[in-house]
Design a protein around this ligand. Structure first.
Ligand SMILES: [Zn+2]
Length: 413
């Protein structure tokens, strides 16, 4: 049976999205379904009831990651996996993460109805705590399951109220003892969380790689003075910090299409309205295609920092806080995503993701790729996040085709 004959239903997917949005739904039309809350537990139950009713077997690991295994003709083959996450930000939207999980559920439903067997087994995944809103860092469940994070650190980690991850997971009833199997491949459908696809009138983003990231902590030290003191001779720490932040933005814009620089907060000390600040501190998040791109931001930034320090009689220290290399997605899988979009007549483009996803973790262990669909205005991590039923359906069709092409290929990868 050609995948085009499968009874995949965009309408059913849309109805599911709206139903799950009601679990932790907010007055402003968004979702508050943070990891390991009762709402997270309720959404997990909703998913488990439906997936197991389609004959899939639930695998639950000690981090709460859920896998739903559907047998294939060849039981010896590792499963072809797909999914995303059901947890949200405290003021999150209805589609971030949820779309990838529920599209996977709709694929299982269509296969079940049509009684289609794949060569390789399939595995629908719901990763625990992708958002990192309540327990940090993000993409925690995939990182722990894949051995990228130490298990004890994840299970003992606490939220702002001091509650432990492991305790909270048991409290909502979703800690298991299974180990997720090795995966043949992993495909994740997700909203873009950026404006490009909508702006260009495209339905599908074929995600080829995740940007390299380097996060810094920058400290400027000057000298305190009275707000009434003369301007001459001041060694204000905050003004050069502000100038450097503006420089970071300018440099990133000029560093090529994939360059990004973001400062999300600033601290000034001693934080009195009539004292010239002696210390300014801010984190800087930079992203680019690769290491060379990151250097095209860092080198001129350090030069400007040195010049500002000299001009203003302050010291500027730029320390690296975190570094993540660029992650290429699997070319064969990305090719299948592109072929599926073309065969369905869906306008598409290749693009990177500048945002972390579970697929970026998975790509370090097995072939992985992502499918993006547009979201209005690029708005996400926001209760106003919205997509159209047509975009959701486009993502579903391409996900299904790419999964089936992979599961029915002679060798999975
Ligand atoms: Zn997400």
């Amino acid at each position: 049976m050609s995948p085009h004959n499968l009874p995949l239903s965009g309408a059913r997917l849309w109805a599911d999205l709206l139903e799950v949005a009601g679990i932790g739904g907010t007055a402003r039309g968004g979702c508050n379904r943070q990891a390991l809350t009762p709402e997270d537990g309720e959404a997990r139950r909703w998913l488990a009831d439906r997936a197991t009713a389609l004959g899939a077997e639930l695998l639950l690991d000690r981090f709460g990651n859920m896998g739903f295994r559907r047998p294939g003709r060849d039981a010896a083959r590792p499963p072809v996996a797909f999914g995303s996450h059901l947890d949200t930000q405290p003021t999150g939207g209805k589609f971030d993460g949820v779309l990838g999980v529920l599209a996977g559920l709709e694929l299982l439903r269509a296969l079940h109805e049509a009684r289609v067997e794949t060569e390789a087994p399939l595995l629908l995944l719901n990763w625990t705590n992708e958002e990192g809103a309540r327990f940090s860092p993000p993409m925690m469940g995939s990182g722990a399951a894949l051995g990228l994070f130490a298990a004890d650190e994840v299970l003992d980690g606490t939220d702002a109220a001091g509650r432990q991850f492991g305790d909270e997971l048991r409290r909502i009833g979703w800690q298991g003892s299974d180990t997720l199997p090795e995966l043949a491949a992993y495909l994740e459908l997700h909203i873009e969380q950026g404006p490009l696809l909508e702006r260009e009138g495209l339905a599908i983003g074929v995600v080829t790689h995740a940007l390299a990231q380097r996060w810094y902590e920058i400290e400027v030290r000057g000298e305190e003075a009275h707000g009434g003191s003369a301007m001459a001779g001041r060694r204000d720490a905050l003004v050069p910090a502000a100038l450097l932040i503006a420089e970071a933005e300018r440099i990133a814009r000029q560093s090529g299409g994939d360059g990004r620089a973001t400062v999300g907060m600033v601290r000034a000390e001693p934080a009195s309205r009539n004292i010239v600040p002696s210390r300014a501190w801010f984190p800087l998040d930079t992203r680019h295609t690769d290491e060379a791109g990151l250097r095209r931001i860092e080198a001129p930034l350090r030069e400007r920092a040195a010049a500002l320090a000299a001009e203003r009689g302050v010291t500027i220290d730029i320390g690296t806080f975190w570094d993540a290399p660029a992650t290429p997605f699997d070319a064969t899988l990305a090719g299948r995503v592109e072929a599926a979009a073309a065969a369905r007549g869906l306008p598409h483009r290749r693009m990177p993701t500048g945002i972390g996803h579970d697929a970026v973790h998975v790509a370090r262990r097995c072939p992985a790729a992502m499918i993006f669909v547009p979201c209005h205005g690029g708005v996400s991590h926001n209760e106003a996040e919205s997509i159209t039923p047509a975009w959701a359906e486009a993502g579903l069709l391409v996900l299904a085709d790419a999964v089936l092409a992979t599961a029915n290929a002679k060798a999975a990868m």
